[in-house]
Structure formats: structure tokens, C-alpha cells
Design a protein around this ligand. Structure first.
Ligand code: ATP
Length: 360
């Protein structure tokens, strides 16, 4: 069974630069947890601190309830997987997988048996005697995972392990990784800048910006109820309006903009500057105006994307909007140049703080 990990007010400074800024999170035993954020937001630094390759400047990290202070990487129950797999090309697959066991003095028959067991777990039965060069990118990835699992870690730390694979394989490996994690019960901590990957695989996601954890929640909540403009924009697309909050009632508010008055859900704004965010898939094109949240527009482009159709439009007041319509035959698809209305339901639109969570 996997171990839980507690990050308690963790800070990491490189000289005067603060790479990780007061991060607090408890990851549950057996959880698949992803840190998601743009390049340079501090994800790798968090992973390196958990594995023991970097020390926190302040704060503490507990693995399985034990403080890791002073523990070297090889004293921690963690295994690390990188994008660069570093498999040994001159060893067979089973020798690669059993390498960590050999280092620990485990006998050959036992090593071979363990390697076979792990190959079955990662869905590569029969590959034991092949060479690394005979495997595809996705198969090599599975071997790397089997090799990391061979030493029976309580926590697997994965640093963008799928980013070198092509799109189709990456999508397939998402499901594979998730299945392997559930089969083993090992805690997985996954870092990625790919929101689709994080949402598809994780029990919970921690979204980061500039060293700070912005929101920790399950994937649906991250997407449907982002806490601020950074999370809303990093995890998905939006139509965005600037304006000011008017009258409020039961969690909803009027929002006054240069493009008219709208009504939307009011997030935790804390007095900060706000904007209105609505997803393209919650924006509709109609020939008649709706009762509220309806903007007269002219369609500028209709892009066929396969499962959906993107309708780009300009409002008479100068706003640019996008609606994504499902290609299910149930919706009227407008043509370029057509006049009409972009509308959205108030319950699907959110007024959120514009910026990011600042350090305390
Ligand atoms: N050893 C170091 N010395 C100085 N600055 C560092 C060091 N390691 C990381 N940084 C800086 O800390 C910040 C966070 O780096 P980190 O590698 O954690 O980001 P990341 O979110 O993993 O990004 P990426 O996805 O590009 O790997 C970056 O601005 C980086 O330049």
C-alpha cells in the first residue's frame, strides 16, 4: 500500500528567487495526485524535495507520517521516473527491470520471477528476453514503470513521463498508468503542464503558478469551479469580460460590462479585481435574443473540429467570442457572416478574481 505525503508550509529558495512558496497539501495513501502548471512554476522542485534531491529552505515534508529531514534519496520509500527513461540498452528487458534488485543482492531466480510478475502487471507479458531497441516508445515507458516498481516503493514520483510520446500513445498510456496505479495501490505523484493529462488520470489535481498552489481539488471541480482567473484559463478555454459587480443575491451577481449587463455565479473575490469567465462549450449561438446574457454578434469564422464545431464571432460592441457546438446534428450551425446572438446560462458563468493566489 502507498504512503501519504504531507507538505507543510514548504518553501524553496534559489538565492533570492523563491521557486516554491509556502505550499501546504496532504496527499492520501494510494492517491493519484498531479501537480499541474506552466513551465517554471516549481513542480519539478517539489518533486525533487519529496525525493530528497533538494532540501526545503523552510517547512517540512512527511512521508508515511515520518519527517524526511536529513533523509537521503536512497533512504526514502520513493521511486522517480523521468521523461528520459534511461533504460540500459545492452541489457534485456527483464535485466533492466530487475537491476535495482540485483543492486540489493537478490538472487537471479527471484529477480527473474519478479520481473515476469511486473511485466504482466504493465501488460507486457513475453517481453522478458527482448532488447530495449525492440520495443516501441510506449512499451519502453512501461518497462521504466516496471523497473521503478521492482524495488516496491510506497510513492512513485513521475516527472512528465509521457511528454516524449506521440499524441495517440500518450492518450493510451494515460489509461494504462491509471490502471497500473490502481492495481498496485502505490501513491503516484505526477507532474505535468498538460491539463488533459492531469484531468484524465488524477484523483486530485494541485494547480500551481509562480511557486504557489492555487487550487487543490478533484478534476471536475478544478474544471467546473476554478477559484480564480489563472486556474480557469490554464485549465480550459474561456470567453472573458471585464467589468464590475452589481447587485448580488444567493450566490449570483449582476455584472456590468462595456458589452452590456450579465448575470453570473459570484466566486470568492475577496475584494480583488474580477472578470467574468464562461466556457466556449457553455456558449450558444441563437438567431433570437435570450432573456439574459445575450450579445448581438456577427459570425467571423466557423471551424469544423470533428466532434465539435468552433463558432467565432464579433459582438456589435467589439467583443470576440467563441462557442463550441457539439457535432451531434442537434444544433443549428451558423455560417460565416451570419448575424445572431451569443448566449450563455447565468449558472454556467463565473465572476472570479482576475489574478493568482498570493503568498500569505
Ligand atoms: N538549481 C536551481 N538554481 C536556480 N534556480 C532554479 C534551480 N532549479 C530550478 N530553478 C528555478 O526555479 C523555478 C522552478 O523550476 P522547476 O524546475 O521547479 O519548474 P517546473 O514547473 O518543473 O518547470 P518545467 O515544467 O519547465 O520543468 C524556475 O524558474 C527555475 O528556473
Amino acid at each position: 500500500m502507498g504512503a501519504g505525503i504531507d507538505l507543510d508550509n514548504v518553501v524553496c529558495d534559489f538565492g533570492s528567487f523563491r521557486a516554491v512558496d509556502h505550499v501546504n497539501v496532504s496527499i492520501q495513501p494510494g492517491e493519484f495526485f498531479s501537480f499541474l502548471g506552466p513551465s517554471g512554476c516549481g513542480k519539478t522542485t517539489i518533486l525533487r524535495m519529496i525525493s530528497g534531491f533538494n532540501d526545503p529552505t523552510s517547512g517540512s515534508i512527511r512521508i508515511g507520517g515520518k519527517d524526511t529531514l536529513g533523509q537521503r534519496p536512497n533512504q526514502r520509500p520513493t521511486a522517480l521516473i523521468f521523461q528520459n527513461l534511461a533504460l540500459f540498452p545492452l541489457m534485456t528487458i527483464w535485466e533492466n527491470i530487475a537491476f535495482g534488485l540485483e543492486v540489493r543482492g537478490v538472487g537471479k531466480a527471484e529477480r527473474r520471477a519478479k520481473a515476469e510478475e511486473l511485466l504482466a502487471l504493465v501488460d507486457l507479458p513475453g517481453a522478458a528476453d527482448k532488447m530495449v531497441s525492440q520495443l516501441s516508445g510506449g512499451q519502453k515507458q512501461r518497462v521504466a514503470i516496471a523497473r521503478a516498481l521492482a524495488v516496491e516503493p510506497d510513492v512513485m514520483l513521475l516527472d512528465e513521463p509521457l511528454s516524449a510520446l506521440d499524441l495517440k500513445l500518450r492518450q493510451h498510456m494515460r489509461a494504462e498508468l491509471r490502471a497500473i496505479q490502481k492495481r498496485t495501490g502505490v501513491t503516484f505523484i505526477y507532474i505535468t503542464h498538460d491539463q488533459g493529462e492531469a484531468l484524465a488520470m488524477s484523483d486530485r489535481v494541485g494547480v500551481m503558478s509562480q511557486g504557489r498552489l492555487q487550487q487543490v481539488a478533484d478534476p471536475r471541480d478544478i474544471y467546473n469551479n476554478p477559484v480564480n482567473g489563472f486556474v480557469a484559463s490554464f485549465v480550459g478555454e474561456n470567453n472573458i469580460f471585464t467589468g464590475t459587480v452589481g447587485a448580488t443575491a444567493s450566490g449570483m451577481a449582476r455584472f456590468d460590462t462595456a458589452h452590456g449587463q450579465f448575470r453570473a455565479r459570484l466566486g470568492e473575490t475577496g475584494g480583488a479585481a474580477v472578470k467574468l469567465y464562461v466556457r466556449p462549450e457553455h456558449t450558444l449561438f441563437a438567431t433570437e435574443p435570450g432573456v439574459e446574457n445575450s450579445l448581438p454578434v456577427t459570425v467571423t469564422e466557423v471551424a469544423f473540429e470533428g466532434s465539435f464545431i468552433s463558432v467565432h464571432a464579433h459582438s456589435d460592441s467589439g467583443a470576440s467570442l467563441v462557442a463550441e457546438l457539439r457535432n451531434d446534428g442537434g444544433q443549428m450551425i451558423p455560417e460565416t457572416g451570419q448575424k445572431g446572438f451569443m448566449t450563455f446560462a447565468a449558472e454556467r458563468a463565473s465572476i472570479l478574481p482576475d489574478g493568482i493566489v498570493r503568498a500569505k
